[in-house]
Design a protein around this ligand. Structure first.
Ligand SMILES: CC(C)(COP(=O)(O)OP(=O)(O)OC[C@H]1O[C@@H](n2cnc3c(N)ncnc32)[C@H](O)[C@@H]1OP(=O)(O)O)[C@@H](O)C(=O)NCCC(=O)NCCS
Length: 148
């Protein structure tokens, strides 16, 4: 298992994972390309023992001088619930803590997404607000915050 920075070569694989998982709410290919080009914090988890398949990825951006926004986290369906999401999030949090100016991490999560909410709560993220009609299908989102 290895974590590496996402590059343009990964674009199709990342986009396919994103589309399969988030359907109508998936990021467009153009947006993903932009995130790669702009040197966002965009990391992939690779299974380098069997193949170089991407097991999952995490994306976060600096949306204020002192704040990081975790805009995507995904683990391939066949690999979910095996601790990989925890592993990737742990890695990202370590990176964020190395950026000394950062005081807060924020994220939005579908309020129906029990697995993700449990994962974030495990890392002490708190639900601070419910945002109605946040997603394309009118699902609501929770705004979650972690002060570091
Ligand atoms: C949410 C997601 C990233 C979690 O990754 P994962 O690798 O499956 O999670 P882990 O195996 O590390 O489990 C982390 C915690 O989540 C919870 N969890 C994981 N899968 C769960 C499930 N199917 N049902 C309920 N809780 C679940 C557990 O509390 C677990 O902690 P524990 O095992 O210590 O009790 C993954 O399910 C995923 O990619 N889902 C689709 C995309 C998505 O919804 N991303 C989040 C967008 S905000």
């Amino acid at each position: 298992m290895r974590i590496d920075t996402v590059t343009i070569k990964d674009l199709d694989e990342i986009y396919n994972l994103e589309r399969k998982s988030f359907k109508k709410d998936a990021f467009s290919k153009e947006l993903i390309l932009n995130l790669i080009i702009k040197n966002t914090y965009f990391f992939k988890l690779i299974d380098d023992e069997i193949s170089n398949i991407i097991i999952g990825f995490i994306i976060f951006i600096l949306d204020r001088e002192d704040r990081v926004n975790l805009i995507s986290l995904l683990i391939r369906k066949s690999n979910q619930n095996k601790g990989y999401g925890t592993y990737l999030l742990n890695y990202a949090l370590k990176k964020v803590k190395e950026m000394h100016k950062i005081k807060t991490i924020v994220l939005n999560v579908n309020s129906k997404n029990k697995a993700a909410i449990k994962l974030y709560q495990k890392f002490n993220f708190q639900i601070v607000k419910k945002i109605e009609n946040y997603y394309q299908q009118k699902d609501s989102a929770y705004l979650m915050i972690l002060n570091i």
